[in-house]
Design a protein around this ligand. Structure first.
Ligand SMILES: NC(=O)C[C@H](N)C(=O)O
Length: 333
């Protein structure tokens, strides 16, 4: 008796996985986002043996150009597709530079338990040992698997499975760049099969309070980065440019340099929501640790990186501007 294959839709957005270089040894200085979704699928005929695959070209961009508007378009398409009984899972091909951000955004706004897998590559399709084909094969297997149901948005790269909330790109160019350093990846892909070992305990997808179905824009939220000798120029400029929320990528445990703090306090007094995060990359930013958040009416990012804190703050601001409620969200998602 023939086995029924899962139906997996591949949504292509560009990136290096769709990139081409001049020669087989061109691994930098290639052009991202040139190969179309049908060509991506045809390059991996093996996937048609493990899933009924269909492809849609949603965008064709390098992921450094990903925008809030792209995210809203993509999320709406994912939700429409997943509401159809004939779609079992979705793979999104994506550039790696902002892949973790798109994955976390979708993790908060996809309203389905069906698998959503984000995948990219570090070498263009024309390179020796291009990693795109095996990554795509693994991603399709994962998106079609029962084991991936209900786990939130997953990232499949380099034979590893990572949860969207905690994964980050950690190396500029190597194939093993995606890491969930201290908290740990959730599983492996081996022989085309997923093996899971852990779950993220933070809420995602169907358990979140966010709904983007009627949104065309997201509130403006920006990141101000801290370093020795930093002043208040960036914070003031971002507020003047209309930011409704600001993520401060502080040093250490989210510390606020004395020359920056007054501008953040003034921004909060004007109604801008301030989230204290850390540029460190690991660990919890302690509430009332390096700053008196209760008194300043600031929010802390918990363990979210500044770029992911920006995403949660944007979505939070679509629901409320109450900082207590926003702090609750940062401890929930
Ligand atoms: N490896 C990559 O995909 C990098 C590329 N700049 C992108 O993010 O689209």
């Amino acid at each position: 008796q023939a086995v029924k294959l899962p139906n997996v839709t591949i949504l292509a957005t560009g990136g290096t996985i769709a990139g081409t270089g001049a020669t087989s040894t061109t691994t930098v200085g290639y052009t991202a986002a040139t190969v179309g979704v049908q060509a991506l699928i045809q390059a991996v005929p093996e996937i048609t043996k493990v899933a009924n695959v269909s492809g849609e070209q949603v965008f064709q961009i390098a992921s450094e150009n990903m925008s809030n508007e792209h995210w809203l378009t993509l999320a709406k398409r994912v939700n429409v597709l997943l509401s159809q009984p004939n779609v079992d899972g979705i793979v999104i091909t994506h550039g790696t530079d902002t892949l973790e951000e798109t994955a976390y955004f979708l993790n908060l706004v996809v309203k389905s338990r069906k698998p959503v897998v984000v995948v990219g590559s570090m070498r263009p399709s024309t390179a020796l040992s291009a990693d795109g084909p095996i990554n795509l094969y693994n991603a399709v297997q994962l998106a079609g698997s029962q084991a991936a149901v209900g786990r939130g948005v997953l990232v499949a790269m380099n034979d590893q499975i990572h949860a969207a909330r905690d994964v980050t790109k950690s190396n500029t160019t190597t194939a093993d760049t995606f890491r969930t350093a201290e908290l740990g990846m959730v599983g492996y892909l081996q022989g085309g099969k997923p093996f899971f070992y852990r779950d993220v305990t933070r809420k995602h997808t169907v358990e979140t309070e966010f709904d983007v179905s009627k949104l065309d824009v997201l509130p403006q939220v920006d990141v101000a980065y801290a370093y020795a000798n930093v002043g208040d120029v960036a914070v003031k400029a971002l507020v003047a440019a209309g930011a409704k929320g600001l993520v401060h990528a502080g040093v250490g445990n989210g510390s606020l340099p004395a020359k920056t703090k007054p501008a953040l306090v003034a921004a909060r007094e004007k109604g801008v929501v301030i989230v204290r995060s850390a540029r460190v990359g690991q660990g919890i930013v302690a509430r009332n640790g390096e700053a008196n958040d209760d008194q300043l009416d600031f929010v802390v990012s918990d363990t979210l990186s500044p770029q992911k804190a920006r995403i949660l703050l944007m979505l939070a601001l679509t629901k409320t501007s109450d900082t207590k409620d926003i702090q609750r969200m940062f401890y929930t998602y």
